[in-house]
Design a binder for this molecule. Structure first.
Ligand SMILES: Nc1ncnc2c1ncn2[C@@H]1O[C@H](COP(=O)(O)OP(=O)(O)OP(=O)(O)O)[C@@H](O)[C@H]1O
Length: 324
């Protein structure tokens, strides 16, 4: 049985349709990433699932049982569903440890202390655990909120932009904590993100939202390699767009699928390198083809310089025409 089932959810704010006839199911243990441009309805969807707002139409079922409307609930939220929002609420004058402990206040003291130790370690908060929440960095606050949310393992964890506003170091710490959580607990998680990298890395399945509708659903690899539109392609990684064989359509090649070739007969493009960017794990080469098309390709080495001529082909059998 699926853990979560949304059927034909629609939601309107004023006269704007934010979600339209949206259906999806989540299986137990699955990590589902929701990706979409700003304003596409991602947070609204999480708030509906987390029981903070009602949909105008449609139903939300948890383990086959319909959830009661939020307007009939005494307290917002659901005890089996934990939502970590972008504006997580911590008690500012309590320490990180006390904030986590609060989530376990109904448990016996020894158990609670042991569990908090475990959570502090999992979320890498040992050094700052006795610091007041108001003095924690954004990343530390985010990890405290995460520790709170998983103190009692929820049936469903909802994460809204877990990496928003974090620097690289905090992002790495949080990513490791979430990764540990994924492997050590039987957790089901729905997370919203702008970041293509984290979406591809963590999700078992990705759902792409555009203007409140699902435009594509599949494994990260399917979506990365076979996006149905330029919109999906651009949300899930860097792309080269070339005019399609039909006017108004586009073909896309990921930079990692472009290859340098040595024989002119095997090249699809002749180009001159215009820029080279060091990206840590690789170099990003930007070049302009003789037809005036900008293309990006990656190489591990900086063995070319600006102005060099290169011959390029793509390591794909065929390219599909896609709409915007
Ligand atoms: N309470 C509200 N009242 C009126 N409009 C709202 C309300 N909440 C959200 N909206 C509008 O609904 C649309 C979708 O908002 P939502 O926050 O779900 O988008 P999002 O995809 O999460 O965006 P972002 O990535 O920028 O957080 C936006 O146009 C937003 O302004």
């Amino acid at each position: 049985m699926s853990l979560l089932q949304l059927s034909a959810i629609s939601k309107q704010f004023d006269d704007k349709m934010v979600l339209t006839d949206l259906s999806l199911t989540v299986q137990p243990g699955e990590w589902v990433g929701i990706v979409g441009e700003s304003g596409s309805g991602k947070s609204t969807l999480l708030k509906i699932i987390g029981r903070f707002i009602d949909a105008d139409q449609g139903s939300v079922n948890l383990k086959g049982t319909p959830l009661q409307p939020v307007r009939d609930q005494l307290i917002k939220g659901h005890k089996a569903i934990k939502l970590v929002q972008q504006d997580y609420e911590l008690f500012p004058n309590q320490t990180a440890r006390e904030n986590i402990s609060y989530a376990l206040r109904f448990y016996e003291r020894d158990y609670r202390e042991r569990k908090v130790d475990e959570l502090v370690e999992l979320t890498r908060l040992s050094v700052v655990q006795h610091q007041k929440a108001k003095l924690l960095s954004g990343g530390e606050k985010q990890r405290t909120a995460l520790a709170q949310a998983v103190a009692e393992v929820p049936e469903l964890l909802l994460l809204d932009e877990p990496f928003a506003h974090l620097d690289l170091r905090n992002k790495q710490n949080l990513a490791e904590a979430i990764e540990d959580l994924k492997s050590s607990h039987q957790l089901t998680c729905l997370f919203v993100t702008h970041d293509a990298g984290e979406a591809l890395a963590w999700a078992d399945r990705l759902i792409i939202l555009k203007e409140g509708k699902i435009v594509q659903e599949g494994t990260p690899r399917e979506i990365y390699e076979q996006p149905v539109s330029v919109y999906v392609a651009e949300l899930t990684g860097q792309v080269n767009l070339i005019p399609g064989s039909i006017p108004g359509k586009w073909q896309m090649i990921r930079p990692n699928f472009l290859r340098l070739v040595t024989e002119e007969g095997k090249a699809r493009w002749k180009a001159a390198i215009t820029k080279i960017h060091f990206k840590g794990g690789h170099y990003e080469y930007v070049c302009k083809t003789t037809e005036g098309q900008n293309l990006i390709f990656y190489r591990n080495r900086r063995d070319k310089k600006v102005g060099d001529e290169v011959l390029l082909n793509h390591a794909m059998k065929y390219l599909r025409d896609m709409p915007r």
